[in-house]
Design a protein around this ligand. Structure first.
Ligand code: HEM
Length: 252
């Protein structure tokens, strides 16, 4: 990136940060209106709390601040790309996010889309997107190469549900009957369910309390007291039975 563009991007970070709420709410509203299929990718229960929208925009701003030295953000990149791979985020989705983010920056800063400022932000975003896409590709490849591993979503059947004092423990096995890679305690998978009364699916991560083996996974689900109708935990607890199918990504 040329020094003039770097300066332009860095000089607008404080204003964007100050207007963080406007930036993120404009961004998500615009994106989910123009690309409603992404409602199956983003957790709508998290959207309602505002936690996730802030995380994405904050990460872009943090990156822009350190644009001359992106290695500062190596830990964040590792964390974000792991989460993205667990949600099966694909390279082509970066252009959708990028376009909506640039329009939101243009709106919040009140500058035209064809200004130098937006051109500079576009370069910054593309640079960050490339770093994430490369990191994610490596992780997808590693998952697919493992014995019993896979990349993206795989269908699993619920084979047992046990109640406990905090909720229920679900046991699941791959619908295809083939091997399933093991997992360490503390690793997590994303589980995707159908939302009752909506043409929607929703993903959520569940962490394993114990190591997983024998071609099956066991994970505990606790009710979310303040969950909306999109709460994956509550949907699993209230609507899913033995024999039903969920979509699951490989443990990370
Ligand atoms: C440069 C671009 C991007 C940045 C900086 C970014 C950053 C982030 C951050 C910081 C998080 C929160 C991680 C956490 O929960 O700890 C996140 C989560 C997430 N990102 Fe991205 N992201 C980018 C692109 C994308 C794209 C292209 C998609 C797909 C459309 C996407 C989908 C998601 C989803 C679904 C989550 C989880 C949100 C939830 O809780 O539901 N992101 N991202």
């Amino acid at each position: 990136m040329n020094p003039q563009y770097i300066e332009l991007v860095k000089s607008t970070v404080p204003v964007l940060r100050e207007n963080g709420v406007a930036l993120t709410s404009y961004f998500y509203n615009r994106m989910l209106t123009n690309n409603p299929e992404l409602k199956n990718t983003f957790n709508l229960d998290h959207q309602s709390t505002g936690r996730q929208p802030r995380a994405l925009a904050a990460a872009v701003l943090a990156y822009a601040e350190n644009i001359e030295n992106p290695s500062v953000l190596a830990k964040a990149i590792e964390h974000i790309s792991t989460k993205h791979v667990s949600l099966d985020i694909q390279p082509d989705q970066y252009s959708i996010v990028g376009e909506n983010l640039l329009h939101s920056i243009s709106e919040v800063l009140d500058v035209p889309m064809d200004s130098d400022l937006i051109a500079a932000w576009k370069e910054a975003y593309l640079q960050l997107a490339e770093i994430l896409i490369n990191s994610e590709k490596q992780k997808f490849d590693n998952l697919a190469a493992k014995q019993g591993g896979w990349s993206g979503w795989r269908s699993f059947d619920i084979t047992a549900i046990e109640s406990n004092e905090n909720g229920k423990t679900f046991t699941i096995k791959a619908t295809d009957g083939n091997d399933v890679v093991g997992a360490d305690a503390g690793q997590y998978v994303s589980v995707k369910v159908k939302v009752p009364n909506h043409e929607l699916q929703q993903p959520q991560q569940f962490k394993f309390a114990d190591a997983q083996a024998n071609n099956e996974f066991k994970f505990a689900v606790k009710a979310e007291e303040n969950g909306t109708e999109f709460s994956v935990a509550n949907i699993l607890l209230e609507n899913y039975n033995v024999g039903d199918t969920v979509q699951v990504t490989a443990p990370l």
